[in-house]
Design a protein around this ligand. Structure first.
Ligand SMILES: [Zn+2]
Length: 216
């Protein structure tokens, strides 16, 4: 892929971001969380730019050439590759949270099933789990970690509006599910964001297990 980078982003810098994203994608794919070329990943490079996965690539085989540059309006910069269809959700996060450096979106089976199960409530209330402490500001015993479930749509502007409405009501947000679709989470580094994603996957799986066991 030919990528013409702006002068403010040296080749080696972009390559380092691309390598880091591609490695994370391959590792998450190995866990089965990115079936059938789904899922997308991004990293903020500076105030105006982010690196993001090119649309439709197999995440298990992702390499440097599968990562492209966008601006914070989601436009491709210096390439005619197409960014992920959900790019607007990534740029929304970067614009809302200046400290957000990484956005990870996966479609694991657990995330997909949980999103359907809790869609009617519009939220998953996580409480009493030790692993809630993986999310900043949450302690296991005295806090409830709410993960909203937004309706799925192919119209990104609609989803962006749902998320803005949640945030405008001053509710905290560290991650969200999209009904029948998957999860989005973010953080101040790749390490932190991977920790969020792993903790949320585990917590959602525990909630699903409890439902099954209580019903039996
Ligand atoms: Zn998706």
């Amino acid at each position: 892929m030919i990528q013409h980078l702006p002068a403010t982003i040296p080749d080696e810098l972009f390559a380092a971001f691309a390598d880091s994203l591609a490695k994370a994608a391959r590792e998450l794919a190995a866990q089965g969380w990115t079936p059938a070329t789904s899922s997308n990943f991004s990293m903020r490079i500076n105030e105006e730019h982010a690196a993001i996965t090119v649309s439709g690539r197999d995440k298990a085989r992702l390499g440097r050439d599968d990562i492209m540059l966008i601006d914070m309006d989601g436009r491709a910069i210096g390439t005619d590759s197409r960014p992920s269809a959900e790019t607007a959700l990534h740029t929304q996060i970067y614009r809302r949270w200046p400290e957000a450096q990484v956005v990870l979106h996966t479609h694991s089976r657990t995330q997909s099933v949980a999103s359907r199960l809790f869609a009617a409530d519009g939220v998953v209330h996580l409480r009493g789990w030790e692993l809630q402490k993986a999310i900043p500001g949450y302690t296991p015993h005295d806090s409830v970690l709410d993960i909203p479930v937004f309706p799925n749509t192919q119209q990104m502007a609609e989803l962006v509006a749902h998320i803005d409405a949640w945030l405008d009501s001053d509710k905290p947000l560290h991650a969200y599910l999209i009904d029948g679709h998957g999860i989005y989470t973010w953080g101040s580094s790749m390490e932190e964001t991977r920790r969020h994603l792993e903790a949320l996957e585990f917590l959602l799986a525990c909630e699903l297990d409890l439902r099954v066991l209580r019903a039996s």
